[in-house]
Write a protein that binds this ligand. Sequence first.
Ligand code: PLP
Length: 387
Amino acid sequence: MNGYYGEFGGAYIPEILHRCVSELEEACRTIVPGEDFRREYEDLLCHYVGRPSPLYHAKRLSEKYGCKIYLKREDLNHTGAHKINNAIGQMLLARRMGKRRIVAETGAGQHGVATATVCALAGMDCKVFMGETDIKRQRVNVEKMKMLGAEVVPVTSGNGTLKDATSEAIRYWCCHPEDTYYLIGSTVGPHPYPWLVAHLQSVIGREIATQLAELEGDFRPDYLIACVGGGSNAAGTILRFIDEPRVNIILAEAGGKGVETGQTAATLALGRVGILHGSRSYVIQNEDGQVIEPYSISAGLDYPGVGPLHAHLVTTGRAKAIPINDDEALQAAYELTQLEGIIPALESAHALAVLPRLKTKPDDIVVVTVSGRGDKDMDTYLDLFTI
Ligand SMILES: *Cc1c(COP(=O)(O)O)cnc(C)c1O
């Protein structure tokens, strides 16, 4: 845990945050590995979140694509996505660090809802920064956060999306370093956040290994597929398998309207090395290093950066990144619904849309992480698939 994945990562932060970040690093070293922390975390994952989540053999989908497809059902978690795994862990950490207030950013609202949920559970103050554009497209999640007792702070800078909300949350943290814990939602931000979030999500991949060993007699699939916004569900899915070369790792990022159209969030395809939100990674930026506003139909993937772990894995060839356009994701969401009776989140639909591009053999085993459920995306689905 030195904060770097190859040339990516680090902690590029203003002076005023040095103490907070060192304090957090110390807590990651001392509290997170502790028996007491692990016991409470695992107890909540089991009895509150509903883990382990099923590894479901999707038979009709498998038949269509001519291989054996398993879905890792993070959509069945409490609050409807993988985000809760991370939020619970960081809440437990914040409490042990003696913090009273939690601040967070949110894009689709899933991380905001997960954070507001764990704050209600712990009786802590909660402030969620959310871009105005996202507030409009994710109304139900905003209402949930309010009902859970969180204050939702609208952010009007930039496009009013995730990047802007993240900047505002970090700004607030800078001004209130003593009593505030910043609960980041993905494997981004300054070290130790990318490590911490990946560690807290790694339960996904450990479960896949145990479940596959039981079902197939080998814990290693031939392909692992996950979508990437900042990269937390993907990191959680793949961490256990990075040192297993026979496992092909595929990261589906948001192509938006197409990587060549300028309306895209395909950071791994288009990004150049830069620093965003305290971390060195690929960033979608112009010649002058100004961040270009990203675009995706899916609010959870609409981010111009990507986790340093993912940048490293793609650069070294260990993982392959595939941009998936809006229309392909919509098609995949519709297909999963019709073939398996599962309405996925739009983000997860990007991972599912990799299936038509794979060149598999009939006995290949493919695991796709379904990071969340589609309830929050019903307006988008209904607009585009009117009967
Ligand atoms: C937030 C979100 C994502 C994207 O975030 P990652 O950190 O890349 O996992 C993907 N799927 C769902 C359902 C989400 O809510």
